[in-house]
Design a protein around this ligand. Structure first.
Ligand code: PLP
Length: 378
C-alpha cells in the first residue's frame, strides 16, 4: 500500500486528501478504462439507483438483458453471459463450465507459466505463479501449467483428461507478455481437433484495453469461453463469463449462480461503459493514442540504456527494465504520476482509453525526469 488517501477523481486525474493532483497511468489494474467518474456512467448509475438497485436472478432484469445483447453486438458471434462480481469469479465460472463440458470424464485445464487468473482456489490453481499459491495448498486438482508461447509443450500436455486451454493474451501480472499470433492460431486449431475449450481470460485486457473491445479480436480467432471484469463496470464490481451459445446448455440455470451477479445497478453501469466506447469511438482514439505513447516510450528506450524492451498493444504497455522498478514508481508518484511495476522489473502503463495526447506528454516528461535523476541508470 502507498501512504496515499484519494478523495476525488475525474478523467485521468485524481486528488488526494491534501488536495495534491495526480495523473493516473495505472487506473486500478485497468478498472478505469474510461477514467474516473465517466459522465455517462455517473448519469446511468444516478438514474438506476432511484429505480431498482437489486433484483435476484430468479427474475429477469432489463439492464442485464440489454448488457447481454450489447456483448453480442461486439462479439459478432452469439454468446451467452453469466454475470458475477469479479474477475476471479468469472474464471471460477469458466472452470466450472469446463467441468460440466467434460462430463466428469475430462477435466484438466492447461494454463501457462506467469499467468494470473485470480485468488479463489480454482483460479489460483490455474495461475502459473507459485508465489501466489504458497501457503494455500492443497489447491484443486486438474490444472497443468506449461511455458507461454510454447506450442510443443501444449501439445505434449494434452491427454485424454484434457478439457480446455486457458490463457491471457497479454499476461498483465506476469510482466506484460504478449501471446504470439501464430501460437494463438495453433491453439485454436488444437482445441478444434481435440474438442477442447479455448478459454481466454480478458479480465485485464478486455473492454478496449488493446484498442479492440476484446483482445482476442486482434488474433482472428473466436474463443469458446471468455471472461471479463475490471473495466466492465466503470468502477462498479461486475464480472462476466461469456460462452458460445451453442455449448452454453452445459451449464444449466441453477447449476451455478451468484446472488449479486448481474444486478440492475451494475449492469446499467456496464451498459453505459460499452455505449460510451461505441458512441465516442473510443477504440479508434485508443489505437492512435496507444501508437503515440509507444513512440514516446521507444524514444525513452533509445535515450536510457536501462530500458531493455517496450512491449504491448493498444493502451497496455510494459517497459522492461534491467533493474527493479519499484523505486522509479515511487519517484514518479512523488512527482504526481501514478503507474505500476509488475514482475519486479516491468513498468506497466495502462492509462484511460480516452487519455489526451497532452497527458501522455506529461507522463513521459515525468518518467524522463525520473530516469534522468536516477544517476546509475543513464
Ligand atoms: N484475471 C486476470 C488476467 C487479472 O489480471 C485479474 C486481476 O488482476 C484477475 C483475473 C482477478 O480479478 P479480480 O481481482 O477481480 O478477482
Amino acid at each position: 500500500k502507498q501512504p496515499l488517501v484519494f478523495v476525488k477523481g475525474k478523467g485521468s486525474y485524481i486528488w488526494d486528501v491534501h488536495g495534491k493532483k495526480y495523473l493516473v497511468f495505472f487506473p486500478g489494474w485497468g478498472v478505469g478504462n474510461l477514467g474516473h467518474c465517466p459522465s455517462r456512467v455517473v448519469s446511468a448509475v444516478k438514474d438506476q439507483v432511484t429505480k431498482l438497485i437489486f433484483i435476484p436472478n430468479n427474475y429477469y432484469n432489463i439492464p442485464q438483458a440489454k448488457l447481454a445483447r450489447e456483448f453480442n453486438y461486439w462479439t459478432k458471434y452469439p454468446f451467452k453471459a453469466f454475470f458475477c462480481n469479479s474477475g476471479t469469479e468469472a474464471n471460477e465460472a469458466a472452470i466450472k463450465f469446463s467441468r460440466k463440458f467434460g462430463q466428469q470424464k475430462r477435466y484438466e485445464i492447461i494454463s501457462f507459466k506467469d499467468s494470473f487468473h485470480g485468488r479463489t482456489l480454482a483460479s489460483l490453481a490455474a495461475t502459473g505463479q507459485p508465489k501466489y499459491q504458497d501457503g494455500f495448498s492443497p489447491l484443486p486438482a486438474g490444472f497443468i501449467t506449461v511455458k507461454f508461447n510454447d506450442l510443443e509443450q501444449v501439445k505434449n500436455a494434452i491427454n485424454d483428461k484434457t478439457v480446455g486451454i486457458m490463457l491471457e493474451l497479454i499476461q498483465g501480472e506476469g510482466g506484460v507478455n504478449i501471446a504470439n499470433k501464430g501460437f494463438v492460431l495453433h491453439l485454436r486449431q488444437l482445441c478444434d481437433e481435440h474438442k477442447l475449450l479455448l478459454i481466454i481470460d480478458e479480465v485485464q485486457t478486455g473492454i478496449g484495453r488493446t484498442a479492440k473491445m476484446f483482445a482476442w479480436q486482434n488474433y482472428g480467432i473466436t474463443p469458446d469461453v471468455f471472461t471479463l471484469a475490471k473495466a466492465l463496470g466503470g468502477g462498479l464490481p461486475i464480472g462476466a463469463m461469456l460462452v458460445k451459445k451453442e455449448i452454453s446448455e452445459y451449464l444449466k440455470p441453477g447449476t451455478h449462480a451468484s446472488t449479486f451477479g448481474g444486478s440492475p445497478l451494475v449492469c446499467r453501469a456496464a451498459l453505459a461503459v460499452l455505449r460510451t466506447i461505441r458512441k465516442e469511438k473510443i477504440l479508434a482514439s485508443a489505437q492512435k493514442t496507444g501508437d503515440y505513447l509507444y513512440g514516446k516510450l521507444i524514444a525513452l528506450k533509445q535515450k536510457y540504456e536501462v530500458i531493455k524492451e517496450v512491449r504491448g498493444m493498444g493502451l497496455m504497455w510494459g517497459v522492461e527494465l534491467k533493474i527493479e522498478g519499484k523505486s522509479l514508481v515511487e519517484e514518479c508518484i512523488k512527482k504526481g504520476l501514478l503507474l505500476n511495476c509488475t514482475h519486479d522489473t516491468v513498468l506497466r502503463l495502462m492509462p484511460a482509453l480516452n487519455v489526451a495526447k497532452k497527458e501522455v506528454d506529461n507522463a513521459i516528461d515525468i518518467l524522463d525526469e525520473v530516469l534522468k535523476l536516477t544517476p546509475h541508470l543513464s
